[in-house]
Design a protein around this ligand. Structure first.
Ligand code: CS2
Ligand code: MN
Length: 344
């Protein structure tokens, strides 16, 4: 296992010099953030990022994310150009030693929450989701904190219209088309693709979501068996799905899990949840059981603590402050050490 930490590049308020001081850190998970989605990441930008990491003694073997252009998800004729660009970015990243690329295939929106600062009894705060509140929102006029607000209202409406009639089957076919298009570049570069599950793992505003449960992965691997077609096992995303048994999934999916996001959530009601500290006793997910299942199944990929709370007066980027993720990293590192030593 290699423990990593997400770093939002030069604009991140958390310096790499702090990240390297977190015990057990092998590297950071980062990205080039200011190239428009769909365009090739130029070599000089990638090298600059890599140089920052090198200077701070941190590896840059995982990229999160190289975003997928909506035209690819929609299956528009323009997708071939974007897929070729994506393949070129893979080639460029391979040249600097990147081994794994995290991406997602959610239409229009990435993760969705209804409150970014839900107060807990101990005075900390974190992200939470209330299904009734989300359903009351109008996707055409959405003002949700945290989600990608780079669309203008006009663009957003046009995009939502373009998805009208999109089915799960069609979206899945478009994912397969994309993967088949980039697998040769992954083979050549030695890079594993790691699809992030949908968060939360159910349809949103009538938009289909297709990476939500165990069967999604059976379908994914049988459609594209190439071993470079892998996954990011995100416990907090999948864990909101009440039928998902994360310990069983970790065991089964370990060989294709090149990247693992360990995020803890506390479930309530039928679909609601609140993110919380990483410890097993703090939430609904058995972190110890998940780590044990991964280790026993021979997992050797990258791990990072996913989404921390705001603690100690920090007012961090939602889910991505320093303190609680650092605590999470140490706790998770300890779980891995104990399980690895006891299973030898
Ligand atoms: C991440 C996702 O912050 C998060 O919730 O787990 O945003 C993730 O980076 C993307 O979905 C992966 O493409
Ligand atoms: Mn995640």
């Amino acid at each position: 296992m290699k423990m990593t930490f997400r770093w939002y590049g030069e604009k991140d308020s958390i310096p790499l010099s702090y990240i390297r001081q977190i015990p057990g850190m092998s590297g950071v998970v980062t990205a080039v953030y200011d190239i428009p989605v769909g365009e090739v990441w130029p070599m000089d930008r990638i090298l600059r990022l890599k140089e920052f990491c090198d200077q701070n003694g941190l590896e840059m073997e995982v990229i999160e994310s190289v975003p997928v252009h909506e035209d690819i998800k929609l299956g528009r004729p323009t997708r071939d150009r974007y897929i070729a660009n994506y393949a070129q970015t893979i080639e460029n990243l391979g040249r600097v030693g990147v081994k794994c690329i995290c991406y997602n295939f959610m239409p229009v929106f990435d993760w969705l929450r209804t409150n970014l600062k839900t107060e807990a009894e101990d005075g900390s705060n974190s992200l939470s989701y209330r299904h009734d509140e989300l359903m009351a929102l109008d996707p055409h006029d959405l003002h949700l904190p945290g989600w990608d607000e780079s669309y203008t209202p006009g663009e957003l409406n046009a995009l939502l219209d373009a998805y009208a009639g999109m089915t799960h089957e069609k979206l899945f076919e478009n994912l397969v088309y994309f993967l088949e298009g980039i697998m040769p570049a992954c083979d050549a570069a030695g890079i594993n693709m790691a699809i992030h599950p949908d968060d939360p793992p159910w349809d949103m505003f009538g938009l289909p979501r297709i990476i939500t449960c165990d069967e999604s992965y059976d379908k994914l691997f049988s459609a594209v068996p190439n071993p470079h077609n892998g996954i990011t096992l995100c416990t907090g995303s999948l864990g909101a799905g009440r039928d998902n048994d994360l310990v069983a999934m970790a065991k089964k999916l370990a060989p294709r899990s090149y990247f693992v996001h360990l995020r803890q959530i506390k479930l309530s009601g039928e679909l609601d949840f609140c993110e919380c500290g990483h410890l097993t006793e703090k939430g609904s997910l058995d972190m110890y059981g998940i780590v044990r299942a991964l280790v026993e199944a021979g997992f050797e990929g990258y791990v990072r603590p996913d989404h921390g709370r705001n603690i100690w007066g920090e007012d961090g980027k939602p889910g991505y402050g320093l303190y609680d993720r650092a605590l999470g990293a140490c706790y998770l590192y300890g779980l891995f050490e104990a399980v690895e030593k006891s299973t030898k």
